[in-house]
Design a protein around this ligand. Structure first.
Ligand SMILES: NC(=O)C1=CN([C@@H]2O[C@H](COP(=O)(O)OP(=O)(O)OC[C@H]3O[C@@H](n4cnc5c(N)ncnc54)[C@H](OP(=O)(O)O)[C@@H]3O)[C@@H](O)[C@H]2O)C=CC1
Ligand SMILES: O=C1O[C@H](COP(=O)(O)O)[C@@H](O)[C@H](O)[C@H]1O
Length: 535
């Protein structure tokens, strides 16, 4: 395989029509032409930025990273003088790279000119991850951008869309070859998984800490970029009505749910090494938990918020096996849908004796003054009956009930993260009419009707912008990560010997999970009826 741009396989960069051109010397005339082209519309004082995607040939890059960059560029949300560089080992022309992500960018006919402008700002460097040659070439390319920008130093965003096994090599090479010289900044964006357990996470964190300052590291948990997750703090701290009752005196349990109605198809190789707890619970659901449970931060400053999140994590005990139900899906042979007849272990990438959970429920206990005794039930699973993510805060029963026994149901505040973003409060009202009876109803804030004309940005769009702006609020700090692994690692070790309960594709998961919720005081009556308004 060709190793770097300096090798016999030169680096392709686009010509003025977006077609690939090959150069062996990054300061060749083609490079100058490319840079001149990418400067189109840029004024002299605009500081230059470069967004480098490591792993540009991969799945994440084509499905998420390039489309996100395109949408931000299209909507004029990025700095004027920005360039995008893909970096990977594969010998790709710009044309081939473009072909890999174009479909996911969903470019409309009316956006053709902007799309061409975007492509002219894209370049590709072919290079190895563990060898300096490709990184030196990247540095020369960035030097060229600096020259083209009247010598204003280039701000650098390096996105590692790579398997974690390569993080170490790439960050070492970046530190040695591709850092700013102090006149601009360098930010490193890392995708989960951040380690496999407490030990490996600490090894990675120590490695990164030797190379970079904490404020240069942006660990992405894309759930933090979702509209409704962002809304959690506003709901809690922006409404006097909620916070006074947000405690053990009033709340019976908190249920945080992630459900997908499809299996691990296409990703079973990766998934079998991690399982649903590492894939979703230890990161996405824990991040939501900390936002639901933390105290009000001193300010909206990233460190104040993350300090409060860490305080909650410190108060959470290691999870006990008795507080957990794990499941693994099997095919539903009666289903008319062929894909649902396919169980987890039917995938040829999954060993026949795999104990990897595709479903998990865990009950977490926060030992602090606000939450002691309130179970936080986290549940996540693949191949279930529906796709949804939500936070359900169930209040305790009313004290001194004066209504006929069983008529009053528990109040629930539900924050629907996705799909169909909504916040609704399930509550009791007088049954309208002549009678005196009560019935369950809701205060309903459905975004699709209340915010009809508002486009909710994709989580990655928001998070990328925050990296450009240097905001760490929605990124994971080392100590948050460390505590999340401390809480889960002993459990994960014990689970290696536990056979998960089988559940059918398309079901609600193992029935034992409902038993565990009941044991922890969650009350489901099945009596609530929602009559959605006709839009
Ligand atoms: N603005 C909006 O969009 C609104 C939408 N709605 C919709 O109305 C519907 C009903 O509302 P919802 O709040 O879910 O009320 P429900 O009381 O019907 O459901 C409450 C919870 O109980 C779970 N559950 C279902 N069966 C059992 C069981 N046997 N044992 C224990 N738990 C069980 C549900 O699904 P599971 O455990 O499978 O997750 C859900 O988490 C929902 O689809 C909701 O999205 C309601 C109000 C406003
Ligand atoms: O991180 C992950 O998240 C996705 C779900 O993300 P969403 O934004 O589509 O809800 C999940 O499918 C995947 O297994 C996991 O790695």
């Amino acid at each position: 395989m060709p190793s770097s741009v300096a090798s016999s396989q030169p680096s392709p960069i686009p010509d003025e029509r977006g077609r690939s051109q090959s150069i062996s010397d990054p300061l060749a005339p083609q490079l100058v032409a490319y840079l001149r082209e990418s400067m189109n519309g840029v004024v002299e004082e605009d500081p230059p930025y470069v967004f480098v995607v490591f792993g540009a040939s991969g799945d994440l890059a084509k499905k998420k990273i390039y489309p996100t960059l395109w949408w931000l560029f299209r909507d004029s949300l990025l700095p004027n003088n920005v360039n995008f560089v893909g970096y990977a080992r594969s010998a790709l022309s710009m044309e081939q790279l473009k072909a890999s992500f174009e479909k996911n960018c969903k470019v409309r006919d009316s956006e053709k000119d902007t799309w061409d402008r975007f492509l002219r700002k894209c370049a590709y460097v072919q290079g190895k991850y563990d060898d300096s040659e490709g990184f030196k070439c990247l540095q020369k390319l960035i030097d060229g951008m600096q020259s083209a920008a009247n010598n204003i130093a280039v701000n650098r965003l390096y996105y590692l869309a790579l398997p974690p096994s390569i993080f170490g090599d790439v960050t070492t090479q970046l530190k040695e070859n591709c850092m700013d010289n102090g006149d601009s900044w360098t930010r490193i964006i890392i995708e989960k998984p951040f380690g496999h357990d407490l030990q490996s996470s600490r090894t990675l964190s120590n490695h990164l800490a030797k190379l970079f300052k904490e404020d240069q590291l942006y660990r992405i948990d894309h759930y933090l970029g979702k509209e409704m997750v962002q809304n959690l703090m506003v709901l809690r701290f922006g409404n006097r009505i909620f916070n006074p009752s947000w405690n053990r005196d009033n709340i019976g349990s908190v249920l945080i749910t992630f459900k997908e109605d499809f299996g691990t198809e296409g990703r079973a190789g990766y998934f079998d090494q991690s399982g649903i707890i590492r894939d979703v619970m230890q990161n996405h659901l824990m991040q939501i938990l900390t936002l639901v449970a933390m105290e009000k931060p001193a300010s909206l400053n990233a460190e104040d918020i993350r300090d409060e999140k860490v305080k909650v994590l410190k108060a959470i005990e290691e999870i006990k096996l008795d507080d957990v139900v794990v499941g693994q899906y099997i095919g539903d042979m009666e289903s008319k849908d062929e894909s649902r007849r396919f169980g987890y272990k039917d995938d040829k990438e999954v060993p026949s004796d795999s104990k990897t959970p595709t479903y998990a429920m865990a009950v977490l206990h926060i030992k602090n003054e606000r939450w002691e005794g309130v179970p936080f039930i986290l549940r996540c699973g693949k191949a279930l009956n529906e796709k949804k993510a939500e936070v359900r805060v169930q209040y305790k029963s009313v004290n001194g009930d004066i209504y006929p026994s069983g008529d009053l149901k528990r109040t629930e505040l539900v924050m629907r993260v996705q799909p169909n973003e909504a916040v609704y409060l399930k509550m009791m009202t007088k049954k309208p009419g002549m009678g005196f009876g009560v019935e369950e109803t809701e205060l309903d804030l459905s975004y699709s009707s209340r915010y009809k004309d508002t486009r909710l940005p994709d989580a990655y769009e928001r998070l990328f912008l925050e990296v450009f702006m240097g905001s760490q609020i929605n990124f994971v700090r080392t100590d948050e990560l460390d505590h999340a692994w401390r809480i889960f690692t002993p459990l994960l070790e014990k689970l290696e010997k536990v056979s998960p309960t089988k559940y059918k594709f398309g079901s609600r998961g193992p029935p034992e999970a409902d038993d565990l919720m009941r044991k922890n005081g969650f009350v489901f009556t099945g009596t609530y009826k929602w009559n959605p308004p006709k839009l």
